[in-house]
Design a protein around this ligand. Structure first.
Ligand code: ADP
Ligand code: ZN
Ligand code: ZN
Length: 839
């Protein structure tokens, strides 16, 4: 027999694959894409076979212990996609592969094995007397009914237990069931089937002496198979059904319930005739999908212009041709409405990947997708790896959203860009949908890489809302004058402190008007908590976190100051640590404080506050939105969550408490983010019958992102934004890579960062790279760890494909890992290619 070697990717932080020997008894089972168990150092690891060969030059090769999959987990397509991700984002291939499958697959060894044939004797007689291990397994199962894989492995002392079990299961003798410790065994429900005898009994009516309840059960069971539902409808108990079963009129059995995310109260979708713009988009996109070609479309349409409807219609058109689709949404818990809509159109063809799903639910969904049992997958960024066969379309809704980038763990991939790569590989179409496309995507339209489709009008014919800007500096002056006048008129003494307020007179008046008319109000305040800063009224001192250098947030419930980066908590001081003044006040406004102010101003109004603090529980976000949609709440107040995925016809006023929270962040995308957020939230106001209005409060009324929001001028904003990016060599005019060094000792990490930077400063890279730093990160310390950044700009002028940038970084990374620096565990280094945040 020939020798066989396997190249295996392992989830270890090393940029290489590992060669193992495939022992003869595993030759048949070892296929590329299968997960395997291999010895690694003193432990064993689960890896993935990425290729096989009949020769190897590596000495001292160890054998694979076992093959875990019967069907390969990764198709050839997914192997190649994950390999690209590994190279592009400088991440170990094994780690990418691990990211691309659901977590639930990790606990394999806890899967349960049972006999599927009761007759043990016949199995044993079919097994060769020499198949000792197999016989042992069957005997054990006959005796113990069910065992986990690892129990079987231990009891029979078999190294490659998986391959052995797969063989037995292929012959139909045993069943391997997916079970995780905290999960019920693959969930089942009882179903009822009416037998022919039962049907006859019903036909003959009275002659068959059925009781009334028995007859009811039989009738209901003709149209419904779920036993519990039948019993409920017939208002009968289980014992009556049992009697019917004993009479041989029905059968009761169990079937597996697939644990996918359930939505109730789905309404049938309305019949919709697309408008001319939507029709054009649909025709252009579906023509390309049908040809099986790659293309990326940028679907730019203002909020309510019918983008989602276009996705739905394209999918409806391509399903009959056997194509499948992935719909990526920024953060699924923030977009329950879009999921509902897809469910109402496509029912069980749709599966949702959800961050709040259990591992079991996720694993089931993954399997269904792989086996072609569902055809549409909706989910956040990791859904881009959904193993759908015949993939024809990937939709990236709100493509500009930062949450598509994984920034806090390896691989630091961008789901939008992975989607485009995947589509390109297999001849599929990508739709990037947005009301406010990213500067990068917009630039790709201008160079002809993407095809632009526009939906310039709202489907309901609604006009764009009127936007007014309130200068909060002037507002403060106005309040001062007002107080002075009151003092003079009423003869009271002047208060030492002006009543601070986050709500201007104009906004207050307009809210009052809406409450009167019973119209909805949405208020955005992109800060959670009660208030962010504790400021000294006399000297301006601000309370900050000792460890992170960020301002502390006051939490009203717990009455303490808290750091949102590290969780540090302290009691608010009563005197200023700087000047000993007692005039400390809370300054600036989080959602909680705004809520409090609102309930003072409008005691009769019902306010729903939506932020990370109030939406923690499963389903609470959806519930709040439903409540507001039904008109049970007057004001929806929240962080950026309220700007997204909502569609409420009754909203006629949108207020932005402070546009400044985002504008001042030290990030080159701060203006773009502000423009996007304000445009998105403004889009929530008004429909055809009710005209909308937006009020934006700010301390910087002349900022250019604000100017273009007010005039609804998207191209105008991007012209100005791209000019600024070009001047400073920011993306899309360059490729950015952020290298972060983190550690306890500032000197040490600075030294590491400096060495890394100087490696890249070599003359041979000069033409293609600009190396900046090391510099302190915008938040120089988090949880007591110092952070230094080295920023690398790859110039597109001299290195358009980025190949030179990648090779330089790969060299730097390898050099670093092998040097003494890389061996120092006290310093962590992370490379982020195409970062979305620079903080
Ligand atoms: P977007 O995704 O651009 O915000 P949607 O597709 O959600 O827009 O459309 C907004 C609303 O208008 C939805 O309630 C949708 O059902 C409805 N709608 C979409 N297209 C049409 C159309 N052609 N005619 C009537 N209603 C439509
Ligand atoms: Zn002070
Ligand atoms: Zn802190």
């Amino acid at each position: 027999m020939s020798t066989l070697f396997a190249d295996i990717a392992l989830p270890v932080p090393l940029d290489q694959t590992f060669t193992y020997l495939v022992p003869p008894d595993l030759h048949a089972a070892a296929k590329p894409g299968c997960r395997v168990l291999v010895p690694f150092g003193r432990t064993s690891l689960t890896g993935v076979i990425v290729s096989l060969s009949d020769r190897s030059t590596v000495p001292g090769i160890k054998p694979i212990r076992d093959v875990l999959d019967r069907k390969p987990t990764f198709s050839a397509e997914m192997l190649s996609l994950t390999h690209w991700i590994a190279e592009y984002y400088l991440a170990p291939w094994g780690e990418v592969l691990k990211t691309a499958v659901p977590q639930g697959m990790a606990s394999e060894s806890k899967r349960i094995v049972r006999l599927s044939v009761p007759d043990t004797e016949s199995i044993l007689s079919n097994l060769k007397p020499t198949a000792k291990k197999q016989r042992a397994v069957i005997n054990l199962l006959a005796e113990r009914k069910s065992l986990t894989i690892s129990q079987l492995q231990r009891s029979t002392n078999t190294k490659s237990i998986y391959s052995l079990l797969h063989e037995l299961s292929e012959r139909g003798w045993i069943a391997i069931e997916d079970e995780r410790p905290s999960q019920p065994r693959t969930k089942t429900e009882k179903i009822i089937i009416v037998k022919d005898e039962g049907r006859k009994a019903l036909e003959h009516g009275k002659e068959t002496n059925l009781t009334e309840k028995q007859e009811k059960i039989l009738r209901e069971a003709l149209s419904e198979s779920q036993l519990s539902a039948v019993l409920k409808k017939a208002q009968a108990s289980l014992s009556i059904a049992e009697t019917l079963r004993k009479k041989g009129l029905i059968e009761i059995s169990a079937r597996e319930v697939i644990r996918t995310f359930a939505f109730d109260n789905l309404e049938a979708p309305p019949t919709i005739t697309l408008n001319a713009y939507q029709k054009k988009a649909l025709d252009e996109i579906s023509a390309v999908v049908e040809k099986g070609q790659y293309r990326t479309f940028l679907l730019h349409g203002i909020t309510g212009s019918g983008k989602t409807q276009v996705y739905i219609e394209v999918i409806r058109k391509i399903l009959p041709a056997g194509k499948t689709a992935i719909v990526l949404v920024p953060e699924i818990s923030l977009t329950p409405q879009i999921v509902r809509r897809f469910k109402s159109h496509f029912g069980d063809d749709v599966a949702v990947f959800h961050s709040q799903m259990s591992a079991g639910e996720r694993y089931d969904t993954w399997r269904l997708a792989r086996d072609g049992k569902i055809r549409i997958v909706i989910g956040p960024r990791s859904a881009v790896f959904a193993p759908l066969p015949s993939l024809g379309l990937i939709v990236v809704d709100e493509e500009h959203e930062a949450s598509y980038k994984q920034f806090d763990a390896t691989p630091r991939y961008h789901a939008r860009d992975v989607a485009i790569k995947r589509a390109n590989d297999i001849g599929a179409v990508v739709i990037l949908g947005s009301a406010t496309p990213s500067a990068e995507s917009y630039a790709n339209v201008q160079t002809g890489k993407y095809t632009l489709l526009e939906l310039p009008e709202r489907v309901d014919g609604a006009q764009l809302p009127r936007i007014e800007v309130v200068d909060m500096t002037k507002e403060r002056v106005r309040r001062y004058e007002e107080t002075k006048k009151a003092v003079q008129e009423k003869g009271i003494s002047f208060p030492k402190r002006l009543p601070t307020s986050s709500i201007s007179k104009l906004l207050q008046d307009h809210i009052a008007e809406r409450l009167e008319k019973k119209e909805g109000v949405i208020l955005l305040q992109n800060r959670r908590g009660f208030s962010h800063v504790m400021e000294c009224f006399d000297c301006g001192h601000v309370e900050k976190c000792d460890r992170c250098d960020v301002t502390l947030t006051f939490h009203a419930v717990k009455k303490h100051l808290r750091c949102h980066y590290c969780g540090f908590v302290k009691k608010p001081p009563t005197v200023c640590p700087n000047c000993q003044s007692v005039e400390l006040r809370l300054y600036a406004f989080g959602t909680q404080q705004v809520e409090e102010e609102l309930s003072q101003l409008f005691p009769k109004a019902t306010i729903v506050r939506m932020d990370l603090d109030t939406t923690g529980r499963k389903g609470s976000h959806d519930r709040m939105l439903q409540q507001f949609a039904r008109g049970e709440a007057d004001i929806l107040l929240g962080t950026q969550m309220v700007a997204k995925g909502l569609d409420f016809p009754r909203v006629t006023l949108v207020g932005v408490i402070s546009a400044d929270t985002q504008m001042l962040l030290p990030d080159f995308r701060a203006s773009e983010r502000t423009f996007q957020l304000l445009t998105q939230v403004a889009g929530r106001a008004g429909r055809s019958t009710l005209s909308g209005e937006v009020i934006i409060q700010t301390l910087q009324p002349d900022h250019y992102s604000l100017k273009h929001v007010v005039s609804h001028d998207f191209p105008g904003f991007y012209k100005e934004e791209l000019e600024y990016r070009k001047e400073l060599d920011y993306p899309p005019f360059s490729r950015l890579v952020l290298v972060e060094f983190k550690g306890q000792h500032e000197e040490e990490i600075h030294h590491h960062a400096k060495k890394f930077a100087s490696f890249l400063l070599d003359d041979k890279y000069k033409e293609h790279l600009i190396v900046l730093g090391p510099a302190d990160a915008a938040i120089p310390r988090i949880r007591g760890q110092f952070r230094k950044h080295v920023v690398i700009k790859g110039l597109k002028k001299t290195d358009p494909g980025g190949a030179r940038l990648r090779s330089a970084l790969t060299s730097a990374k390898q050099w670093y890992a092998r040097s003494a620096l890389g061996k120092n565990r006290a310093v962590q280094m992370a490379i982020d290619v195409d970062p979305v945040g620079m903080m």
